[in-house]
Design a binder for this molecule. Sequence first.
Ligand code: F0G
Length: 926
Amino acid sequence: MNHTAAQLNSNMSTFSSTGTLSPPSHSAVVVRSLLAVTSEERERILKDVEYNIFAFPAGLLTCDYLSDSGTSAMTDVQWAALMRGDESYGRNWGYYCLLDTFRDIFERGNSPQYAFQGIITGMIDSEYYRTKLLVSSHDGFVNGGPHQLERPNFFIVPQGRCAETLLFSTMSSMITEGAVEGAKVKPAIISNGFFDTTGANAAVAGFELQTFTQPGLSDAFPLHLIGKKNFFKGNLDVAAAEAYMDAHPGQVVMILTTITNNWAAAQPVSMANIRTTAALAKRKDIPFFFDACRFAENAFFIHEYEEGYADKSIAEIVQEMFSYIEGFTISLKKDGLSNMGGVLCFKDKGMFAQTYEGIGLRLKERQILCYGNDSYGGMSGRDLMTAVTGLYEVTKKTYLQNRIGQVQSFAQKLLANGIAVLSPPGGHAVYLEMDEFFVGCDRKPDDFASVGFTLELIKDFGIRAAEAGPFGWEWDKKSPEERKKIPNLVRFAVPRHVMSEEHIDYTVAAIKDLHDRRHKIPNVVITRGKDMRLRHFSSGLQPVPVDHTITGSYMEEASRQLSRLAQVIKMDIGAKGQLLNALALAGGKYGQRPVPQELDMSKWLSDVSNDHSFFEYSVAMDQDTGDAELRFLIEAQSEGSCNIVQMQESALRLNDAIAKGYSSTVSLDRLKILQDLFMPSPAEGIFAAWHSCAASKAGPEWKIYLNPSGSGSGTAFSVAREAFERLGLSSAWELLASTITPSDSVLYFALDLSPHPEHSRVKVYLAHPGASASAIAQKHAQICPNACAYSIQQFCASMSGGSLGPYEAKPVLSCFAFTSEAPDRPVGTVHFPVVAYAENDAEIQRRMKEYMNVASVSAAYRERYGKMISAVQRRPLDQGRGLHAWVSLKQGSRKKRTTTFYLSPELFGPLPTTHSKLSNGTKHAD
Ligand code: F0G
């Protein structure tokens, strides 16, 4: 299943789940110009506010994703309604309108009465009051006429958390006073996820909080299903909730379901889940409430993704959702499309009202004491009118399609750019998965690198988002058990009606840019207020630059990078251990030396890596399955390590050590037959021998690379032929020789050091200076039964950035592998020296991605490739080249295609970027 950026982009916001194109839902009427602020200016301000993102002035930002709460741009209808706000102290008309709007939205489904319309248009008289606004109403969430006075059940407050305070504190005092039959001293509330103020309000009132979110929030979600399916990851885990209730009889006094579940990355709750929760609450005889902040967004998810709801209107769905509950709190700052406001209401004469007999009058008393009388509860008459109209605007399907579509398209654009987001995206926000973002960057939770990311985002781009990870969740103060549950996310909450696609595209590009240079994103320390409650609002911080200087020994660094590679390819832990042991053996005593800051030019300059590091890693990946094999290549060093004679001695010593250490899997027998050919005395050449070790299922597999030019460059061809003859492979040599042309040279000769001569390989590496893709492909097609000339040309073209050659900057190599079992059926591999054909590693990565598209590799392959590069890189990819040294394509039997990436450890830094063009005949300085 491969999903290209183009595919991901194609099912974005404008298409609904049924594939129909939905038109834009609104146009701009008023706009606000943004200030032009430079990065330097924002950096100064960040310093002034002690790097606390909450304290950064919003007016200096370009995109503010801190919250979707109260940040909506209102519609022209709301602004019109605002002008009709009445600021009278007692019974302003907004009060009546809001009451009736709640009945319309939450209870009347497809039959609203729109009592507010007469107020807005001024078409009212006393009869209008009597027939529309003052009508008697009872048994629902909003009593009307005398019933609201006798049995108040609807309470206006300034915002959501005030409704929570009212509810929990009043319930708690009634329980403490013994006014509630059967309630325990430390009552508990169960939820699918408490928003932080909700949880805090309940806890302060003396309730124990029990959160049971359906498992699997961070489970991988098939990306091509985004916009097509939804697993309602915000659901309450009803079974777990019931088990808790059974184990704690009488303790739970309420179930509170948050729709959408802000605690669980804005994920929706299904109607089925609401229904089963209601049934559970009924069985247990406890009230079921909603935290209904984003009810309309939740209803839209049900409409789009839950079976049986596609043909129902949003109004009907909302009506059904609310038919299952006893009451709810709501912040009108979200799905009220208003800048302020909140409400608490509960069913008249319902189970809650009966259990907490007389609670309405008590709530009203507290409301008046804390916020203002019941006519306004702390809201201005104008804001009441904006909330009234906002509730109708926010439940329009066209609006919701656009709203949810925008968040979804934001997430998809990030995914298409290789940025991991919690998937599928929820209703009001996109959450970046920061462990994925920083993969391979060695960031520990208490480095607070995700906060560093948010600071860079403000500084460089004027974009504000909030960390919801180790800093916000106070990782440093938690027990090891608690730490395991702390996610590492950054939330981009999308304000309603504020952002255009231009904002989203700008933000995606900014995040991508920071991702490209994630290695340089600073960590953060808390300089003030570490132990304050809700410290993210008030503490002082300081970014700390990350130092990538290598401080350990050669082998420490090699083990670190190899271990990371092993981790990203999900290598078996035992195999990893074996490979690291093999590395330690090959590195020897010399490997324990500290890596010098600069290359010592007086020593032997190894040709294993571009920067003369004496080892290199490679990962071979199956294009279809993504299965990967990890290896290293190393040139044995010694204290002397200055000339070819000493290098030869070191190589021989390593041979012996390997033979001794791996006596059951290694044999030097075949090597001994050839030794005088490749390791003559006196010796010549750029290397004596290199060793490689691959982690295979059967244990470490050793191989030796020999230099056919050991006794002079003119002898390579005859040395190789002689070696084939001595190994009884004369016919194989004949076959190989038939494909060699005068410009080719024999560069390496490699031998599996296996005790099974029949299937252990003999490999010859040919260099093809100035050859074209088709000439190289032709050679393979001529002698290798599995070769596909077209695939080779396609590979060379992708690796070179679109050229079919001739490749003159550095020769392309071919490796032909023979066995005595099948000497006439060699397996060919084309090695492309990507480092010499691209400006920098970012360019190579782009080419790799293009190649992955043309070669239709598996999703696992794609993911592993990206992580593998992250595992070894210490710098932004566009700042130098050399990390990708070579990429090879092996065409095995049964159409098995393997690409191998040869990665430099870059101990001495990258090669400079280059602007050279292809085929210009110049050789790069590598
Ligand atoms: N419940 C939920 C689910 C919320 O998301 C919020 C606020 C509240 C209650 C409290 O409402 O702010 O009007 O007092 N959430 C905002 C946010 C602040 O950014 O997620 P409030």
